[in-house]
Ligand binder design. Structure first.
Ligand code: FAD
Ligand code: 2HG
Ligand code: ZN
Length: 472
């Protein structure tokens, strides 16, 4: 392996091949579920350098773990404990390459931090709508590799829907320049869509061309107390009817999830916390004017109050207030982490069936595990719930996970299957859910996925074991 390290150093420079010192930022996943050991962390600065790194690793038979911001939720971007895997960090490839205003596209390096991409495009007068709480550290390459969702999917779709072209280094170390800004291109198989959502198992994304949108004239945020999940689903229907395409976000938050924010961040004010089992956060991005958006929002909320779908509501008066409301919502994953290790289920269910799913599954879980705490929130507008499970109050969270995680996952995922849902709506499979995938995907689908993996990466060197588990 000394030969490999020497080749990596030659490819990217000595200072960018890390083999000692504190590598926790690269070896530990965000949720602290696993800590691995890398053979080396390599930080290339260009697509050519990525290609040279991949070629060197391929010749040495060293597995590669691509890594962006390392904010993933399913342990996909950190090395295993073998000490054999090379972490390929894209963080130095962080430039916005080009904005094409007439084509409404932006082309950026894969390691470009999402918030930076949002800010640069906004300064140029455009909206890049992908938005999630990790945006200050996740990268556009990681967003593409996981096909991230976030809080604007209702209006703009997932990351896949925002992407027009990719640049990828293949498992053989070749560069595929697919950086097209075309909205129509039917010239055979869609290679771009193959790499999106492949979680680093098929190629290393080094650049992307993404769609831009006009900035809205006004964006308003409302927070509503709802008496039940059924009411939240009806409110979603009413909001879609009233606001049409202006409805850009519709998030639901359970009382216990919000109480964790109040507990761990007492400086934050959580509206209606004591009064209601669920709150909903709505966003209305209007192309006309703030007055128009406010009038529409008020009409919606008045009707909802009359119909008993909402018991109380507040519309943010200004941007600072809107940010505070979003901050409460986005603090839930952090507050949950502060509360202790936990089990996450990032599931999607047809929206209409979510209330029944929650009442049935909640009853099953509490009868199996008295005192279990459900941290329930998510992107209701997309049918995507974060149906998370926290150990009973005062219990040892690590012991709870080692004793009960398999049972809890089986119970929840069996319910998801019963309700025609998916066991991963937006976070992906990684290492954490790889064992579960065969139970929830048809043998035909799995067979095609394995065939694609072996065709593109016959040596199984790109993120081996993630998504598909062992290929043998
Ligand atoms: P990483 O975590 O570094 O990597 C994720 C996966 O992609 C790994 O398998 C890795 O190998 C692969 N990968 C990374 N870069 C590349 C590349 N250039 N080429 C090939 N493969 C690559 N996710 C959502 O979908 N919606 C949310 O609302 C959301 N909110 C979050 C909130 C918080 C507080 C946190 C911590 C996470 C959240 N996430 C959310 C999860 C996470 O932010 C996303 O999965 C994000 O897309 C990961 O980007 P990253 O750059 O951190 O990727
Ligand atoms: C979010 O929507 C993220 O905030 C994280 O997808 C979800 O912590 C989670 O379970
Ligand atoms: Zn989410």
């Amino acid at each position: 392996m000394t030969d490999l390290i020497a080749r990596l150093r030659a490819a990217v420079g000595d200072a960018h091949v890390l083999t000692e010192g504190d590598l926790a930022a690269y070896e530990q996943d965000w949720r602290k579920r696993m800590r691995g050991k890398a053979l080396a962390v390599v930080r290339p600065a260009s697509t050519q350098e990525v290609a040279a790194v991949v070629r060197a690793c391929a010749e040495a038979g060293a597995p590669i773990v691509p890594q962006g911001g390392n904010t993933g939720m399913v342990v996909g971007s950190t090395p295993d404990a073998s000490g054999r895997e090379v972490v390929l960090s894209l963080k130095r490839m962080n430039q916005v390459r080009h904005i094409d205003p007439a084509n409404m596209t932006v082309t950026a390096d894969a390691g470009c931090v999402l918030q930076n991409l949002q800010e640069v495009t906004e300064a140029a007068g455009h909206l890049f709508p992908l938005s999630l709480a990790a945006e200050g550290s996740c990268t556009i390459g990681g967003n593409l590799a996981t096909n991230a969702g976030g809080t604007q999917v209702l209006r703009y779709g997932n990351t896949r829907d925002l992407c027009l072209g990719l640049e990828v280094v293949t498992a053989q170390g070749e560069i595929w320049d697919g950086l097209s800004g075309l909205r129509k291109d039917n010239t055979g198989y869609d290679l771009r869509d193959l790499f999106i959502g492949s979680e680093g198992t098929l190629g290393v994304i080094t650049g992307a061309t993404m769609k831009l949108y006009p900035l809205p004239a006004a964006t308003l945020t409302a927070w509503a107390a709802v008496p039940s999940l059924e009411a939240a689903v009806s409110l979603l229907g009413l909001a879609q009817q009233t606001l049409g395409a202006s409805l850009t976000g519709f998030e639901v938050m359970g009382q216990f999830a919000l109480s964790l924010v109040a507990k761990h961040y007492p400086q934050q004010r959580v509206p209606f916390l004591q009064e209601t089992p669920f709150c909903v956060l709505l966003e209305n991005a209007d192309q006309e004017s703030e007055a128009h958006a406010r009038a529409q929002f008020e009409r919606l909320l008045e009707t909802a109050l009359e119909q008993g779908l909402v018991t109380d509501a507040v519309v943010a008066e200004n941007i600072a207030q809107a940010r505070q409301l979003w901050h409460v919502r986005e603090s839930i994953p952090l507050a949950q982490a502060d509360e202790g290790l936990n089990i996450k289920h990032d599931i999607s269910i047809p929206v209409s069936r979510i209330p029944q799913f929650c009442s049935e599954t909640g009853a099953l879980l509490t009868s199996h595990i008295p005192g279990v705490r459900l941290v329930n929130f998510g992107h209701l507008g997309d049918g995507n719930l974060h149906y998370n499970v926290q150990a009973p109050e005062g219990g040892d969270a690590a012991a709870f996970l080692s004793e009960r995680e398999i049972e809890v996952n089986t119970l929840v995922y069996d319910q998801v299957q019963k309700f025609d849902g998916s066991i991963s709506a937006e976070h992906g499979i990684g290492l954490l859910k790889a064992e579960k995938l065969p139970h929830h995907k048809s043998p035909v689908a799995l067979g095609m996925m394995r065939a694609i993996k072996l065709a593109l990466d016959p040596g199984n060197l790109l993120n081996p074991g993630r998504v598909l588990g062992s290929l043998r």
